[in-house]
Design a protein around this ligand. Structure first.
Ligand code: MV4
Length: 445
């Protein structure tokens, strides 16, 4: 049993972890940069340690500072949240070397999924469907041209060290290949210090549907159904929901089985997510695995009535999972409330929240670290909260969301609320007929 957990993160996820720890009788240590002195996670934790200057590299990404904070507070575990060091195998290893439990998978598991070609090879061996493509790294432009001719255009070039859309290039015809090959390689090299790229057939107008999984230290894995994350803009998710409006019982069974095979192939420990591309014929393909708790975990919590952070802590403490799968009851939708101007290309809008009224009532959950008077610093991501609604049906969850959004008052900064209000009234969104290209044609009025 953990006595004290240090949360190596900030914002709503730090608060989210503190909440569950308090419910479980576990003491918490918040860490904060000088820009986050007045943040709620600092106020709500049992202890708080300043770990440096505002820049993430001086604070939330600074491993020596974090380890010192854990040592002086005598923490026996570290929760990394999402982002920052959550998928950093070196950090997980350093925690292990200091007899501090990293609340997440082992460094080996992080590495196995961090390199996309390795992950794909592991999935092929495990019998998980992957997008057809070349085997391994591309060695030359000639090889790329030959491979693309063989499978037919369009194709996509991806960085093996990438993920989340960084360093990707879609190639529609051979004339574009040389440029795409060179820029993808250069971008990957600059962003990840690894310029390895690989090729896949480009799946057109796919949905992004991911399966939540959990595995324990004894080899059991289960799935906790899906989330539809197709409403994205420049690889930033804006809305997530569970169940997916595109899901059928048969597809859920197949994708759930594939997700368990994927996690089982690396003996996965902790909660994690298998991301799939799903085409219009309901063919699905492994895309990547997220070896962390995700922003959108709340929609799953609401439809399976289950605290995923508690589960993650219990697994880290060596508890067994039941091994049974979980299926959604009702429908949950999450809107990300960002300090961004949706009328101005979603430009960040940091600053002071002068007036705040958060919605409540039946079927409404707000996960946010915002309060009236809080100053959103410009140094970190712009998400200031998540609004989640839960109802019996998708239509009702959308209705509750529209009502809750219209009660939400945030003054002093621009937010994504007007975008979500329009989306909830959009006929195509309401019909469930959308894919990852949906927002390209969406005009805010
Ligand atoms: C693809 C694809 C189509 N075909 N791979 C984007 C993020 C990264 N994880 C992989 N991504 C994609 N990979 C093949 N073979 C389309 C995307 C993609 C995408 C995927 C999910 C959600 C939004 C997206 C937006 C653009 C492209």
């Amino acid at each position: 049993m953990f006595k004290k957990v240090l949360i190596a993160n900030r914002g709503e996820i730090a608060l989210r972890v503190i909440r569950t720890c308090r419910e479980m009788g576990i003491k918490t240590v918040a860490v904060y940069s000088t820009a986050d002195r007045d943040s709620l996670h600092v106020k709500f934790a049992d202890e708080a340690v300043c770990i440096g200057k505002p820049q993430s590299s001086d604070s939330y990404l600074n491993i020596p500072h974090l380890m010192s904070a854990a040592e002086i507070t005598n923490a026996d575990a570290i929760h990394p949240g999402y982002g920052f060091l959550a998928e950093n195998a070196k950090f997980a290893q350093i925690c292990a070397d200091h007899q501090i439990k990293f609340i997440g998978p082992t460094p080996d598991m992080i590495n196995a999924m961090g390199d996309k070609i390795t992950a794909k090879e592991t999935m092929i061996k495990a019998g998980v469907p992957v997008v057809p493509g070349g085997e391994g790294l591309l060695q030359s432009l000639d090889e790329a041209n030959g491979l693309a001719k063989g499978m037919g255009y369009p194709v996509i070039l991806k960085a093996t060290a990438g993920g989340g859309g960084k360093g990707m290039r879609i190639v529609w015809e051979e004339a574009e290949m040389e440029r795409a090959y060179n820029t993808a390689k250069a971008e990957a090299g600059a962003a990840f210090k690894n310029d390895g790229i690989y090729m896949e057939k480009f799946v057109e107008e796919p949905r992004h549907i991911e399966i939540q999984v959990a595995g324990d230290q004894y080899g059991s894995v289960c799935h906790l159904s899906e989330r539809d994350c197709s409403i994205q803009r420049r690889h930033q998710k804006l809305v997530e929901e569970s169940p997916s409006p595109f899901m059928t019982d048969e597809l859920r069974q197949k994708m759930g089985d594939a997700a368990k095979k994927a996690a089982g192939a690396i003996n996965y420990e902790s909660v994690g997510t298998i991301e799939f591309l799903v085409d219009k014929h309901r063919n699905f393909y492994f895309m990547e695995m997220n070896t962390r708790i995700q922003v959108e975990h709340c929609v799953t919590e609401e439809v399976i009535n289950f605290d995923l952070i508690k589960e993650q802590l219990k697994i880290a403490m060596g508890e067994k999972i039941s091994g049974k799968d979980y299926y959604p009851q009702g429908h949950a939708i999450e809107c990300r409330i960002n300090a961004e101007d949706p009328y101005n290309d979603f430009r960040p809008s940091p600053g002071r929240i002068s007036v705040l009224h958060q919605p409540g009532g039946h079927g409404v959950r707000v996960d946010s670290h915002a309060y009236a008077g809080y100053v959103i610093p410009p140094f970190y991501d712009s998400m200031i909260g998540k609004l989640i609604t839960i109802a019996r049906t998708r239509d009702e969850a959308i209705g509750t969301m529209y009502r809750a959004l219209s009660e939400y008052v945030i003054e002093g900064i621009k937010t994504t609320i007007p975008f979500h209000l329009q989306l909830m009234q959009d006929e195509r969104f309401r019909s469930g007929d959308f894919n990852t290209k949906f927002l390209e044609g969406f005009v805010l009025r």
